[in-house]
Structure formats: structure tokens, C-alpha cells
Design a binder for this molecule. Structure first.
Ligand SMILES: [Cu+2]
Length: 472
């Protein structure tokens, strides 16, 4: 198989993956930074071992992929200085943090892009406890795809009652036959179809890692999907996980249906797992997809004689200080129609103030999607809303593709899907929508500033699927 075939046929290499599972040395010493003091995030090229061969050239924060896990206590202040040692502009976006607008990391919207050799100090309070992440927000489809991301863990004021917690950061790489990142970022096929799907899946930068656990212990697993486009449905076998939070926001603890949780790009889930395994037994964490099942990691029980029966259900996490009361009677009603993509019906879209036919959009501008008829970042906001008002945002997916819609600066509830009312769906910052579906979101616009709405399948955003709103 030559290099171009590997890129064109992501499935092939993926199934070649995992001739031997590697134990991660020093799993617990994964670089974590307690962010009480100032943190430096240095973005630079690095060579790391993804378990694919002799090493892969990536772009990394502090030389590692994922970058360091930043840990900060809820309500405290995080000061992180980005030092850009790349040959490209690279800001940092703090995904899911209800942040001061000036710190949101969107170039030309909330800050100037950080040039090569430049630096920027991100300095903000973290209002919500939970599992969040940070990543580049300039040419994200390339920069995140090359490895510029890490986790941000905001700890509850009172420690949650588990014995230990583990972070599991999933990624999907497109590697060539010589184990390097395929350079075909933003190619038209990826942009107009399902995004950049890779051929090498990693958990914490490793292929099929064995994760050491102790019989009888209770774990909190913090899962994050940092892939450009792959939707991960994960099955955690042989232990019965509970979900306690989604996208950083607490949910009523419930057992996972069929042991599965689906994470669209950008989404996170916090699970509680009781290690009901005998010493030496394994619990597989599998990626369930339409062509089968792929093991991506395993929990491996070490020696011990602790009880292996499940404990009582885990307690709920304390609520975060979101405004949860939605005033739907007086809400600002907004409709957002997404069009375009392969096999779509979009004939043209507005681009930089001009109506442009689809062929020209694609050929000359790399645009394949529109939102309310506009491809790419519009000059005027989708809507402007006074602070404190509820927004009801109906998103119509008039395309043949799923999308992972992400709002900056706010969490929302999906209050309806295809006309069905959803009375208690969780608070999220990213929601997965399937082809031709309509989703109704609602949130209180309580964070002043200019905020993006975009698809977190990063090729879709690069190909036009983004817009913005303003809270005044
Ligand atoms: Cu999309």
C-alpha cells in the first residue's frame, strides 16, 4: 500500500492497528500542571511516538500530545501564557469554558492572531467545574489535526468521592505509510463529505494502551473526543459505567445504555466505573462503528483482593452556576439552516458580500457549506441579543451529513428534536445532529461579547459552516 492509498482509504490502516497493545509507562505521571501558578503553553513542532513506528512529527503544546492536562480549582483564575514557536499563527480556544469574551481565543473576533514568535497571556476565571479542553483556533482543521490540544480539568470545590481519576483523550490521525501526518489538510473531499477521518486511533497519544487499575477501586474517567471529524461511540465492556457529566456539566448519574456513550468531535463525558474485575482481568474500551468494533484501550486489573462487586450508585456532582431557568415565552427565536456538502441541494451562497454559485465557491474559495445562505464568517451577526434574555435557536440540518454544533461562551439544552419536546436533556456546549434533522436549543445569553456558532467537524467549519452572535 503506497502513501496516497493509505490516505485515501482510512479504513485499511486502522484495521492494521494494534498488532500489540502497549502499556503506557508512567501513566499516572502524564504531564499535569496544577495551574495555581502561571502556566506556559509552548506551541512548537515535536516528534512523538504514537505507537505507529519510529515517531511522528506533530505540532504540540509543551512537546506532548495531548498537551499538559491543566488542573485548576473551580472559581479560581487560570493564567496561561501561549508562546508560539510555530511558523504559523496560533491562538488558544478554551472549549466549553464560559469565559470572558476577550480570552476566547478566536482570532480576528476576540483577539489578534498570535504570530510566529509571539505570545499571548490568557487570564481568566473558570466558573464551572468539569472536563474541558483547549486547542488551537486558527486553521483548526490543520492545527488540531497536527496535535495542538490538551485537557483542562476544573476541580470541584469538594473532591468527588472516587479512589482515582483517569483522563482518556481520543484522537484519530491520518498517517502515511512512513508514519507521518498526511499533509492533505482541507482537501475538498474531506471538506464536502464527513471531514478528515483518519486511520490511526490513539488514547492519550498511544495505540491501544493498557491502563492499570486495581480490583475494587472506583474510578472517574474523563473522556474527550479531540478528533477533527470522527464520531466515537465507545463501549466500556465488563464494568458498568455511570455517566455523571457531559461536556463538563453534571447530569443525574445513570448507567450507560448498553455500556455505550457517543462523543461527537469536541464533546466530553465523565464516567464512574467500579473495577469489578478479578486480578489480571481486562475490560475493553471499544469503538463501535458501522463496520464493526475496534478496541482502543483496556483497563487491566492488577493484583489485589479487594471486593469486586459494584458499589452503591455514585452521587450527583454539584450543579454549576449556570442560569438554568429558560424563559421560553419571551425568548428570542432564531432559525439557522445549514446547507451544502456533497450530494446537497445548495446552488449558491453569499460569500464576502456576493452571491456565488456552488461550483465557484468550491473551486475558488474552498467553501462547501452555508448557514442561512452565507458561506464562511458573515460580517453581521446571526443575531444580537441583550444580556440575560433566553435564546431559542432552531437548527435545521438540510444536508446529508451529521454535524457537531458548538456554541462558544455558553451551554445550552436541546429542548426539541424533530418536533419532539425534550423536557430534561443535559446542558452541553456541543450537540450532534444527524442528516436532515432539526434540533431546538435554548440558553440564557448571559455572557457579553461576540461568540461563534460552528460545526466542530473542523473541515466543515473551514468550508464555511460557521457564524456568530452577539450578546450586548
Ligand atoms: Cu459539520
Amino acid at each position: 500500500m503506497n502513501r496516497s492509498r493509505a490516505a485515501a482509504d482510512p479504513g485499511r490502516r486502522r484495521f492494521l492497528q494494534g498488532s500489540g497493545a502497549a502499556a503506557i509507562a508512567g501513566w499516572l505521571s502524564w504531564p499535569a500542571v496544577r495551574a495555581n501558578d502561571d502556566v506556559v503553553l509552548s506551541a512548537s513542532p515535536a516528534r512523538i511516538d504514537l505507537g505507529a513506528g519510529d515517531g511522528t512529527d506533530v505540532w504540540a503544546f509543551n512537546g506532548a500530545v495531548p498537551g499538559p492536562t491543566l488542573r485548576v480549582r473551580q472559581g479560581q483564575r487560570l493564567r496561561a501564557r501561549l508562546e508560539n514557536r510555530l511558523d504559523a499563527e496560533s491562538p488558544v480556544h478554551w472549549h466549553g469554558i464560559r469565559i470572558d469574551n476577550a480570552m476566547d481565543g478566536v482570532p480576528d473576533v476576540t483577539q489578534p492572531p498570535v504570530p510566529p514568535g509571539g505570545a499571548f497571556l490568557y487570564d481568566f476565571h473558570v466558573p464551572d467545574a468539569g472536563t474541558f479542553w483547549y486547542h488551537s483556533h486558527r486553521f483548526s482543521h490543520e492545527q488540531v489535526g497536527r496535535g495542538l490540544y490538551g485537557l483542562l480539568v476544573v476541580e470541584e470545590e469538594t473532591p468527588y468521592p472516587v479512589d482515582r481519576e483517569l483522563t482518556l483523550v481520543l484522537d484519530d490521525w491520518r498517517l502515511t505509510e512512513d508514519d507521518q501526518i498526511a499533509g492533505d489538510f482541507g482537501n475538498l473531499r474531506d471538506v464536502s463529505h464527513g471531514g478528515r477521518l483518519g486511520n490511526w486511533i490513539t488514547v492519550n497519544g498511544a495505540s491501544r494502551p493498557d491502563i492499570d487499575v486495581m480490583p475494587g477501586e472506583r474510578l472517574r474517567l474523563r473522556l474527550a473526543n479531540t478528533a477533527n471529524a470522527r464520531i466515537f461511540t465507545l463501549r466500556v465492556a465488563d464494568v458498568s459505567p455511570w455517566v455523571i457529566a457531559l461536556d463538563g456539566q453534571p447530569v443525574t448519574p445513570t448507567t450507560l445504555e448498553a455500556g455505550r456513550v457517543t462523543l461527537a468531535p469536541g464533546q466530553r463525558a465523565d464516567l464512574v466505573v467500579d473495577v469489578t474485575l478479578e486480578a489480571g482481568a481486562r475490560a475493553a474500551i471499544d469503538y463501535v462503528h458501522d463496520r464493526g468494533v475496534l478496541n482502543v484501550a483496556s483497563l487491566v486489573a492488577g493484583a489485589g483482593s479487594a471486593p469486586t462487586t459494584p458499589r452503591e450508585p455514585p452521587p450527583p456532582l454539584p450543579r454549576n452556576p449556570l442560569i438554568e431557568t429558560l424563559e421560553l415565552d419571551t425568548a428570542l427565536d432564531i432559525r439557522l439552516v445549514m446547507s451544502g456538502g456533497a450530494m446537497g441541494t445548495m446552488a449558491s451562497a453569499m460569500f464576502k458580500g456576493r452571491e456565488v454559485p456552488i461550483r465557484e465557491l468550491v473551486r475558488d474559495h474552498g467553501m462547501a457549506w452555508s448557514m442561512n445562505g452565507v458561506a464562511g464568517m458573515p460580517e453581521v451577526p446571526l443575531f444580537s441579543v441583550e444580556r440575560g434574555r433566553t435564546v431559542a435557536l432552531e437548527i435545521v440540518n438540510d444536508t446529508r451529513w451529521p454535524h457537531a454544533m458548538h456554541l462558544h461562551g455558553h451551554h445550552f439544552r436541546v429542548i426539541g428534536y424533530n418536533g419532539e419536546t425534550l423536557p430534561d436533556s443535559p446542558w452541553r456546549d456541543t450537540t450532534l445532529m444527524f442528516a436532515h434533522d432539526t434540533s431546538r436549543l435554548a440558553f440564557v445569553a448571559d455572557n457579553p461579547g461576540r461568540w461563534l456558532i460552528h460545526c466542530h467537524m473542523l473541515e466543515h467549519a473551514a468550508g464555511g459552516m460557521l457564524t456568530w452572535f452577539e450578546v450586548t
